[in-house]
Design a protein around this ligand. Structure first.
Ligand SMILES: Cc1cc2nc3c(=O)[nH]c(=O)nc-3n(C[C@H](O)[C@H](O)[C@H](O)COP(=O)(O)O)c2cc1C
Length: 267
């Protein structure tokens, strides 16, 4: 029966490589198993064969499906894959940047490369040609809404078309604009959490935009009974840059600034 007992998937991959060294056929990972107890050698099991593919018997009596290789693995050391110098981090946000043009027409775009850079500052990496950039340089303001699971189509759409070519893209996305009370930029009615920003500066060479956060605006529909923001009600999106997927923020798994304290007491 096929079985896999490797402690880590990437150790299993090592098993696959070794397997391919012994056979001309590519074997299905689910047909063999890797790693011995010490992690210092790799054990590859061929449950459907009496002998190892190289024809030699190996291992002790009764364990003749096993090939031991000294693969240089140290105890506890795992194989890793390098993806190179790329902008890939978890989690990346899905921000929807909203602006007004000189006529007061709202525009919105999707931005996944950005985050908080000071206590009251947000930094984003926005290409200079975007309608959004032209607008915010004129109006000196923008809002940053968190994309939500219930609006994934609209949020992706505003990342696919430009206000330069489709001036009514905001309306086509099904968004409705409400003027911010704090800055000269629109809030998006359909997105419940937004930061309202005054332009600090924009560098067209580095594409770095910095905005001063002057207010955080939250729709009451996502507040709990204590007036706190309920992440489950917001259902904010996360961008997965490895696979170009939108994920939804999941279950609570810990308490920040707190869970690590248990290790502080250890000697
Ligand atoms: C998931 C996703 C993330 C994006 N992130 C960025 C980003 O961080 N910076 C950027 O300049 N463009 C980003 N874009 C592309 C812009 O959203 C897109 O070019 C948009 O059409 C610009 O609209 P505008 O010209 O109306 O401002 C992203 C698009 C998608 C779909």
């Amino acid at each position: 029966m096929p079985f896999v007992t490797g402690r880590r998937a990437n150790i299993c991959k090592m098993g696959k490589i070794i397997c391919e060294m012994f056979t001309s056929d590519r074997l299905n990972l689910s047909n063999f198993v890797t790693v011995d107890e010490s992690c210092s050698r790799t054990a590859v099991f061929f449950p459907w064969e009496k002998r190892c593919p190289d024809g030699k018997r190996s291992g002790k009596e009764g364990r003749d499906h096993r090939v031991f290789m000294n693969n240089g693995l140290q105890k506890g050391k795992v194989m890793r894959k390098d993806f190179g110098a790329k902008p890939l981090t978890y989690p990346q946000p899905v921000f929807i940047i909203a602006t007004y043009d000189e006529e007061g027409t709202p525009d919105a775009m999707n931005a996944a490369w950005g985050g908080i850079s000071e206590m009251n500052e947000i930094s984003l990496c926005l290409s200079a040609g975007h309608k959004t950039v032209k607008n915010l340089l004129k109006r000196k303001a923008f809002t940053v809404s968190m994309a939500e699971a219930g609006k994934v189509v609209a949020c992706d759409y505003v990342g696919l078309v430009s206000g330069n070519q489709v001036p009514d893209k905001f309306a086509r996305a099904g968004f409705h604009a409400v003027k911010s009370a704090f800055v000269d930029a629109p809030l998006i009615e359909e997105l419940s959490v937004a930061v309202e920003c005054r332009l600090i500066d924009y560098n067209p060479e580095s594409c770095i935009l910095r905005g001063e956060i002057v207010n955080v605006s939250v729709d009451e529909r996502v507040l709990d009974d204590n007036g706190k923001v309920d992440a489950a009600k917001v259902a904010p999106l996360v961008f997965d840059p490895f696979n170009n997927d939108y994920l939804v923020v999941g279950a609570k798994v810990g308490k920040a600034f707190s869970d690590g304290k248990q290790l502080k007491t250890q000697k």
